[in-house]
Ligand binder design. Structure first.
Ligand code: FAD
Ligand code: NAG
Ligand code: NAG
Ligand code: NAG
Ligand code: NAG
Ligand code: NAG
Length: 514
């Protein structure tokens, strides 16, 4: 298998270098073969979201550890760091706690996010802290309602029995367990995501819809179309009979949902600040072309002119970048539709949604988080007009922050009917949020050419902040190995006794602790 082959190639080439260690690395990359002999090699990173900022951070780890001497330029089209992780202030008032406009949570198994929050001393908040109740709306009625943390409680709802929740849990746990090997000292390196999926035993999961996959595991249709679908709809805005089962499973791995208090983007800001990268905000890259220089073959053209680089890391969804690439490269990246999602933030003095709107008895209190299922629509009933609505705490005595995800814009009039006419502030944002994720066997290539890598090839496999940091780590390892015969954890390959001890330590996180 390609994947294994590649991984072992890297280890053996590094193993061969062991006697030389650091001095070898330093020599290897100062050898240039044209007029730029004495120039420091440069790498361009395009995009300053989770992927691009972490790529800079991983390179800086190799710089610290092995003296890999490169200059890094990060190009970012927008005026801020974080990409799809960004926050806004209710009423645009910076004295109020910020609200996530894009990616909002990570979970306990997301070790890079957890580690970064610790390393950068960022305060976190746990979603289980948020008191509340939840329900599932099918477009005509609230079919399930309970109080407590939604995922844990749903498992206990009698109408689903015990076996279905148990079978789903066990699949989720197996998937998480396999996922965690990505942080072990033996973490695989891959240039082909199909092969990575196969080596993880996930071939079935990527090739089937989440609904078929869980049916084959003996999970009841009712549990699939009500509970599991509410999860794929809130996390990926896709129905359970459309999304592949790996991403479906990922949306159910909601253990200890957490976010960074001041905004998840603080992690990405810190990644950049802890690297030696130069960050160019408000700077679009327009094209990358190939030159004949063997030491700096890639010419990056941006708002600030043209610069030549030894390597390029593309850390944004290619088709959204507007970047012109040589057709030999662009033709390798298949069209990738993204879900166009409407996010509406608002503040309201209504302590809950309208019970009248939700067809609930007048004196019953609607849940603070309402998820949705498409199951009514499947049976010819009215479709839910939003994907989720959630109350996100108070900003003062009688004013709450609410977040709505929907496929269409929700108009003021509609908001007034849902919040009894008591809406005090509204903020609307449209995102190309995540890839449309049908079952597949093909993913974009991770490496487009020598020195040219594509982090967001990973997104149609799994799209989260965390997995973008893992995909970036992999790309940085491939690039460092190819160009500098180094890697993020190069010296670890010696597997000295100390290293072996680390293996048995649960706290070990590959890339950080090597
Ligand atoms: C509403 C919403 C909710 C989500 N919820 C979660 C969640 O709860 N948890 C989770 O983990 N994930 C969530 N996600 C997904 C998560 O946001 C993404 O998987 C992740 O942030 C992608 O990071 P990235 O760096 O790969 O891409 P991006 O964050 O998109 O970064 C790419 C960057 O490249 C820049 N760029 C693009 N073109 C150019 C160019 N030509 N020149 C220069 N710069 C360019 C862009 O401006 C952007 O800043 C959510 C996403 C959305 C939209
Ligand atoms: C980027 O552009 C915005 C809006 O035009 C501006 O407010 C900001 O200062 C600029 N930032 C940088 C770093 O140039
Ligand atoms: C970490 O942050 C807290 C508050 O946010 C602060 O009190 C503390 O001094 C910080 N610690 C370090 C080591 O920076
Ligand atoms: C990171 O660097 C930027 C630019 O120098 C600065 O504005 C910001 O405060 C820094 N953030 C942290 C967390 O150090
Ligand atoms: C990945 O490998 C599979 C075979 O395992 C192959 O069919 C596919 O084309 C490869 N994909 C890429 C992007 O190279
Ligand atoms: C909770 C709350 O503030 N309710 C108010 C909503 O708006 C109507 C009139 O628009 C008031 O009568 C309610 O008191």
């Amino acid at each position: 298998m390609r994947l294994v082959l590649l991984a072992s190639l890297i280890s053996s080439s590094l193993a061969l270098q062991l006697p030389f260690k650091v001095p070898f690395f330093q020599k290897a990359f100062s050898v240039e073969d044209d007029d730029s002999v004495h120039d420091t090699p440069r790498i361009a990173i395009i995009g300053a979201g989770a992927a691009g900022s972490s790529a800079a951070f991983w390179i800086s780890k190799a710089q610290e550890r092995f003296g890999v001497n490169v200059e890094i330029d990060v190009y970012e089209r927008s005026s801020y760091v974080g990409g799809r992780s960004t926050t806004v202030y209710p009423h645009d008032d910076p004295s109020l706690p910020p609200v996530e406009l894009g990616a909002s949570i990570y979970v306990q198994s997301n070790k890079n996010m957890v580690k970064a929050a610790e390393a950068f001393n960022l305060s976190t908040k746990s979603f289980t802290d948020e008191e509340g109740s939840f329900g599932i709306w099918d477009g005509e009625q609230v079919i399930v309602q309970a109080s407590g943390s939604w995922w844990d409680t749903l498992k206990l709802v009698w109408r689903y029995g015990v076996m279905s929740p148990r079978r789903v849990d066990s699949t989720v746990q197996d998937t998480v367990k396999q996922f965690l090997t990505l942080y072990s000292p033996q973490a695989p390196k891959w240039d082909n995501i199909t092969d990575l999926a196969a080596s993880f035993g996930w071939a079935d999961a990527i090739q089937n819809t989440a609904s078929d996959f869980f049916k084959s595991k003996g999970v009841s249709e009712q549990y699939i179309y009500e509970v599991l679908e509410s999860s794929t709809r809130v996390n990926y805005a896709q129905n359970i009979d459309k999304i592949h089962a790996l991403e479906g499973t990922v949306s159910m791995a909601a253990d200890k949902a957490t976010s960074i208090k001041d905004g998840n983007w603080r992690v990405f800001e810190n990644f950049l600040n802890h690297s030696k990268a130069t960050v160019y905000l408000n700077t679009s890259v327009h094209g990358v072309s190939q030159t004949t220089s063997s030491s700096r073959p890639w010419l990056v053209t941006s708002d600030k002119g043209s610069t030549r680089y030894r390597g390029v890391i593309l850390a944004a969804p290619f088709h959204q970048t507007g970047i012109k690439l040589p057709s030999a490269l662009s033709s390798q990246i298949p069209e990738q539709p993204y879900v166009h999602l409407h996010v509406t933030l608002l503040t309201t003095s209504s302590p809950h949604m309208s019970s009248e709107y939700l067809n609930m008895a007048p004196n019953t209190k609607p849940p603070s988080m309402l998820l949705t299922t498409w199951n009514g629509a499947r049976q010819g009933l009215k479709a839910p007009e939003f994907n989720s609505i959630s109350y996100h705490g108070k900003i003062n005595e009688d004013e709450w922050v609410v977040k709505i995800f929907s496929m269409e814009a929700v108009e003021d009039e509609w908001l007034n009917s849902m919040f009894d006419g008591n809406v005090s502030w509204v903020y609307r944002k449209e995102w190309d949020a995540y890839p449309v994720l049908p079952p597949t066997t093909e993913f974009p290539p991770v490496k487009l050419d020598t020195g040219f890598y594509y982090v967001n090839a990973f997104e149609p496999f799994i799209s989260t902040m965390e997995t973008e940091t893992i995909a970036a780590r992999n790309v940085v390892d491939l690039l460092l190995n190819e160009q500098f015969r180094s890697s993020i954890c190069g010296s670890r390959i010696s597997a000295s006794e100390q290293d072996i001890k680390k293996t048995s330590d649960d706290g070990f996180v590959f890339g950080w602790d090597c």
